[in-house]
Design a protein around this ligand. Structure first.
Ligand SMILES: [Zn+2]
Ligand SMILES: [Zn+2]
Length: 389
């Protein structure tokens, strides 16, 4: 079966490359990925998968399935581009890797009753947290495992990520003419500056590997009017969501203090929350082994490589799962979200790496479908640290 799987991916390599090139060219941003999702769904339909559209009310979300019985293995796809710089996060490869792996399992003769392979098409990773919406709609509840491989400059089944919470922080004062009657005003910009300085003072007492960052999106309305409304967008990150919740308490106290100092009112609105990726170690190890088997050298994921956040976090907190990586730059440290990385996502090396990733992912899915002990180990590992979000 393992040989049949890698041969099936090899056979599909030219069509998989065409799909990834097409998605690269479509260049569709979050929630607008109509043609990109259509490309992947069309391919899977032709391969004999049943396709359902519109999970969580998202028109570019779809689930394709093949097979019957347990286990249920989800291979996730992303396909959104970034505004201005296009596929600088390489999402044109992510959906194609998972679709190729899913199709390879069917082509290799996955028998009826031996399990079900799902391709979960997830819109809006870059902006909008598509997987959080799908997870809330219960798309992952019935899965036994879920996997995704993201392009970067190393290959590994392991990840380090930040949990993140995003907020709007607003101050409300009273407008007044800044020359004629400033004493009649209550200055919402002063409150914002006091808040900003408070955040900067908090930063020194923050523990390692925590982050706070933001921008002021409204600093006032007119230079000759005492501002009656100001607004900032803030992000709090830490390796665990529990730490983010502690930081949130401090941020709230700082906003309250700034409001008290200036006589303003304040309001904090949460706009997004993504937990950290909970790496399922047994599955991550299985993928690493399969990478080596298909000739892809694996590396250790380290803090020095840079750490961000992903909406795959919620999936790995819902079911046993991994957010893995594939090197598409030949190890050159090109940062994602740069024009150079977009070029790597549309390069010969990138497309060849995509094929190796599809092979390793299909083999890992097969491990989970065929090796009951591995799936049990993954489930036990998952239960040990499961927390609700
Ligand atoms: Zn990105
Ligand atoms: Zn990405």
């Amino acid at each position: 079966m393992r040989d049949r799987i890698t041969a099936a991916v090899e056979e599909m390599a030219p069509s998989l490359r065409r799909i990834a090139e097409a998605i690269f060219a479509y260049n569709e941003t979050a929630f607008q990925e109509t043609r990109s999702s259509g490309e992947l769904a069309g391919f899977l339909e032709k391969e004999g998968f049943a396709v359902d559209w519109g999970q969580a009310g998202l028109k570019t979300a779809f689930v394709a399935r093949y097979g019957t019985g347990r286990p249920h293995i989800a291979l996730m796809g992303e396909y959104d581009a970034l505004p201005e710089i296009g596929h600088a996060c390489g999402h044109n490869l992510i959906g194609t890797i998972s679709a190729g792996a899913a199709a390879a399992l069917k082509r290799s003769g996955l028998e009826p009753g031996r399990g079900t392979v799902f391709f979960v098409g997830c819109p809006a990773e870059e902006h909008g947290g598509g997987k959080m919406l799908l997870a809330r709609a219960g798309v992952f509840d019935d899965m036994d495992a879920a996997m995704l491989i993201h392009p970067t400059n190393i290959s590994t089944g392991f990840d380090i990520s930040y949990a993140i919470k995003r907020f709007f922080v607003e101050f409300f004062g009273v407008a007044a003419h800044a020359a004629a009657a400033p004493y009649k005003g209550v200055n919402a910009l002063d409150a914002m500056i006091a808040f900003w300085n408070g955040i900067s003072l908090m930063r020194q007492q923050m523990t390692e590997r925590t982050r706070v960052h933001g921008i002021i999106v409204n600093g006032g309305q007119s230079f000759n009017t005492i501002p009656d409304h100001t607004k900032a967008e803030m992000g709090l990150r830490a390796l665990l969501m529990d730490q983010v919740l502690e930081m949130e308490k401090k941020m709230t106290a700082i906003a309250e203090g700034a409001a008290l100092m200036t006589g303003c009112k304040f309001q904090i609105t949460e706009s997004d929350a993504q937990p950290e990726v909970y790496v399922n170690v047994p599955i991550a190890k299985a993928l690493d082994k399969n990478y080596e088997a298909v000739g892809e050298k694996t590396s250790t994921r380290t803090y020095g490589q840079g750490v961000g956040s992903t909406d795959v976090g919620i999936v790995t907190q819902t079911v046993p799962g991994i957010h893995a990586y594939i090197d598409i730059t030949q190890g050159v440290k090109i940062p994602t979200h740069s024009p150079e990385f977009a070029r790597a996502a549309d390069s010969d090396y990138g497309y060849d790496a995509m094929i190796r990733a599809a092979k390793a992912l299909a083999l890992t899915a097969w491990d989970l479908l065929s090796d009951e002990a591995l799936l049990d180990e993954a489930k036990t590992y998952f239960r040990e640290r499961r927390r609700e979000f």
